[in-house]
Design a protein around this ligand. Structure first.
Ligand SMILES: Nc1ncnc2c1ncn2[C@@H]1O[C@H](COP(=O)(O)OP(=O)(O)OP(=O)(O)O)[C@@H](O)[C@H]1O
Ligand code: SF4
Ligand SMILES: [Mg+2]
Length: 334
């Protein structure tokens, strides 16, 4: 791959988010949904974004594809896709060159937003026309459905005639119509039973490998993503508090919040072990936030934690916690 002139990054950096800040301006005040977030994925890496409800995961996903809902605003930061900052594009250029072609998204709950009055073939055909895809529509639709493991007869059905898993496969088909480089999948298995969840995750894993696609997988369920994500970013109250390779993070979680999330995963062999839920609630993102945002729930809270912890570098990422002050050997907080 040749180095693009406007790319200040390594050639294989597919997605780089730098110092991203997205707030919602509500009558309750500004909600700091995404507050200074940075991460990067290269080559064909995928990343899992994990955190509790309202931690800002969907806002982050929406910001990457410039679809933050009103009254949200991207205030600061850069989002490089293949070295180009998508925030530098005019809306029309972004739509023409990037949206769906380079980055696509499966929005949270998308499978429940399929139009109930149109058959699947009609919905796919409309999208193809919108995207100006040429060729034999019927053949294209049959192939697209087969690629996601659906029978071509699904084309003639209405959404209500499909199971949850089948609807999710249709939604995946729609997102992948233009063969994007990066797929943002926001809670793609919520509301599906465990078996179907596993099937959808396997499908995404297969498509990722076949198409050399990067996936940004958003979920509140850390146990789901280890197989698909090369890296995991743990979000808490609008910030990434820990980022590491999946193997490192799952075996050696550093941040007390990550440790608590992992402890809360039910283990099949431990049927009698009580699952520990995380006590307390995250802070209100519309309030004045000082110091470590996990302070009130942290079993290790210390006086220094009343100051905002910087990002301390680890072997494969970083951790935002004063317990790891001594790790920052290079003295760089990125
Ligand atoms: N349109 C909006 N207007 C105002 N506030 C919003 C809006 N959308 C999200 N928020 C707020 O931004 C914060 C982050 O929300 P977001 O939906 O990004 O979280 P999430 O991690 O995706 O949660 P969930 O796991 O429930 O999907 C929350 O405090 C939420 O209330
Ligand atoms: S910075 Fe302090 S309060 Fe925050 S997670 Fe680390 S130890 Fe706990
Ligand atoms: Mg969400």
């Amino acid at each position: 791959m040749s180095k693009s002139n406007d790319s200040p990054h390594p050639d294989d950096s597919r997605l780089k988010v730098k110092d991203l800040q997205v707030y919602y301006f509500t009558n309750r005040g500004k909600v700091r949904a995404v507050d200074d977030i940075s991460f990067e994925i290269s080559g064909n890496e995928s990343i899992g974004i994990v955190g509790e409800s309202a931690s800002g995961k969907s806002t982050l996903g929406a910001a990457i594809i410039r679809s933050v809902n009103s009254p949200g605003k991207i205030l600061r930061g850069k989002i490089y896709v293949n070295g180009k900052n998508v925030l530098d594009f005019s809306e029309s250029n972004f739509n023409r060159e990037m949206r769906w072609k380079k980055i696509a998204v499966i929005f949270q709950g998308a499978m429940n937003s399929l139009d109930p009055v149109y058959r699947i073939s009609e919905q796919l055909r409309e999208l193809m026309q919108e995207h100006k895809i040429k060729g034999d529509y019927e053949q294209f639709i049959n192939q697209a459905l087969t690629d996601v493991g659906l029978d071509k007869s699904v084309a003639n059905r209405y959404p209500h005639e499909l199971s949850g898993g089948m609807k999710q496969r249709v939604v995946i088909t729609m997102a992948l119509l233009l063969q994007p480089l990066i797929l943002i999948a926001d809670e793609p298995t919520t509301a599906l039973d465990v078996l179907v969840q596993a099937q959808i995750m396997n499908l995404l894993k297969k498509l990722k490998a076949e198409r050399n696609m990067n996936i940004v997988m958003i979920t509140h369920d850390i146990s789901l993503i280890s197989e698909i994500a090369d890296k995991i970013a743990i979000m808490y109250a609008g910030q990434i508090v820990e980022l590491a390779s999946s193997s490192e993070l799952l075996v050696n979680p550093r941040h007390p919040y990550t440790q608590a999330l992992i402890k809360a995963i039910p283990k099949i062999q431990d049927t009698y072990t009580k699952i520990e839920s995380i006590k307390g609630n995250p802070p209100d993102l519309a309030s004045e936030l000082k110091g470590c945002r996990f302070y009130d729930r942290c079993p290790h809270a210390m006086e220094v934690c009343l100051q905002d912890p910087p990002l301390f570098k680890t072997k494969t990422g970083y951790v935002k916690c004063w317990l790891y002050k001594e790790l920052d050997l290079e003295g760089t907080n990125n």
